[in-house]
Design a protein around this ligand. Structure first.
Ligand code: SF4
Length: 401
């Protein structure tokens, strides 16, 4: 997936973002409330800090054996009558998903950075499918024709007044700019409700996968994941291989640390999926597709991850839990949002741009925008040393000239 972006375009984009008062307004509101919430969450559950150290050990080991864990997970999923795949490249993943989906389908989709990485929604739409993002932030972004600006809060840069204007257009009924946020949420709920039950296919990612049982853990608050992975007859999950850990015990720890550092004392829902829906209630005959999906497909995406795992310093990028906490500490992100980064935001995005997207110009742009101040490392539960990676990347870039 070799790409080349233009430094001038990046500079224009990032300078434009830095001058955007509405963007700063939306970001400052979010940063204030995130910092208060995470302080509260860690004070209530102080054991999380020690657990994060255990999680780092789990991830360090798991990253070195991703492929083995993926095969182990596939064997467990298939024993449960699901279907597992390893996609070596983004194109391979898109083909596997296209072959399952076909054309002319209605698809409800949960938030997935991996889906964003490979351009999944656009690909499915190009093949004549109707796709709805169901996470509220992603839904806003999709309706705006924009792209996410944060890992866990994709519409972080959109103030409520803009959401009111957007939803007025979507539902064809005027919502005043000072509308109550609860009213806006209700509008989205009503719009998406029937889509969940009419959909042919639900697509999700996963926060962590336990290889021993092939169990996907999906953390959320809205309830859209429960519906998207439970209501349609087919569930497809696209998961980066770095999300695999050996056991259920490991996955429990990774999940708890992820949601706590994502600023939640506890999320409303953690969905665990290990296979298709089944029942044996009539004469003990196992039948697939009871109330939930009768088909369950999991695609583990490599796309450069096993290469990245071999690099002694840059491999840390794969430890990332995607809690998004670092972004609220990063001084550059505070004025530019997701314009600073590639598919993955802030300094760590430079590593993804270089190794996963193979876009060296984009990687250089991000690497030289990062201040190497290390505020992200301080907040990071698994202590990813972004300044160390950035310095290493600058060295590699200089050597490749
Ligand atoms: S080191 Fe870079 S990515 Fe990390 S907080 Fe500082 S500017 Fe942001």
């Amino acid at each position: 997936m070799k790409k080349s972006s233009n430094f001038k375009d990046y500079k224009k984009e990032i300078m434009g973002a830095a001058r955007d008062d509405r963007l700063r307004l939306a970001l400052s509101r979010s940063i204030r409330s995130f910092r208060a919430n995470i302080k509260d969450a860690l004070e209530k559950f102080p054991h999380t800090i020690d657990m994060a150290e255990e999680v780092l050990e789990i991830k360090e080991k798991a990253i070195g054996e991703m492929e083995k864990l993926a095969w182990q997970a596939i064997a467990a999923i298939e024993e449960n009558k699901g279907k597992g795949y390893i996609a070596k490249t983004a194109d391979e993943a898109l083909k596997i998903i296209s072959d399952i989906v076909g054309e002319g389908k209605l698809i409800v989709k949960g938030k997935s950075m991996t889906g964003e990485e490979i351009g999944l929604r656009e690909h499915l739409e190009e093949h004549g499918n109707e796709v709805y993002e169901t996470d509220l932030g992603e839904f806003i972004i999709q309706q705006m024709g924009s792209r996410p600006m944060h890992i866990t809060s994709p519409a972080i840069h959109v103030p409520r007044e803009d959401v009111a204007r957007l939803f007025s257009k979507v539902i064809g009924q005027e919502l005043p700019p000072d509308s109550d946020i609860a009213k806006m949420v209700a509008v989205a709920r009503e719009f998406l409700r029937e889509k969940f039950f009419r959909a042919d296919i639900g697509i999700s990612g996963a926060n962590v996968v336990a290889a021993e049982t092939g169990t996907l853990y999906i953390i959320e608050n809205e309830g859209n994941i429960r519906l998207a992975t439970g209501a349609p007859p087919v569930h497809i999950a696209l998961v980066g291989m770095e999300k695999l850990v050996p056991t259920i015990g490991d996955a429990n720890k990774v999940s708890e640390v992820t949601w706590r550092y994502a600023n939640y004392t506890v999320p409303s829902y953690v969905t665990l999926v290990s296979g298709p829906s089944k029942t044996g209630d009539i004469e003990k005959v196992t039948t697939y597709g009871a109330h939930g999906p009768r088909e369950f497909h999991v695609i583990f995406l490599d796309a450069g991850r096993t290469e990245l795992a071999k690099h002694p310093r840059l491999r840390q990028a794969l430890y990332c839990l995607r809690c998004g906490g670092c972004l609220y500490e990063c001084p550059v992100f505070a004025v530019t949002a997701g314009h600073f980064g590639d598919k993955y935001f802030a300094g760590i995005g430079a590593v993804w741009a270089a190794i996963i997207s193979e876009d060296m110009e984009k990687a250089a742009s991000i690497a030289y925008t990062c201040l190497t101040c290390g505020r992200c490392k301080q907040r990071c539960p698994v202590k990813i040393d972004v300044p160390e990676m950035i310095i290493e990347l600058r060295r590699l870039l200089a050597e490749s000239d």
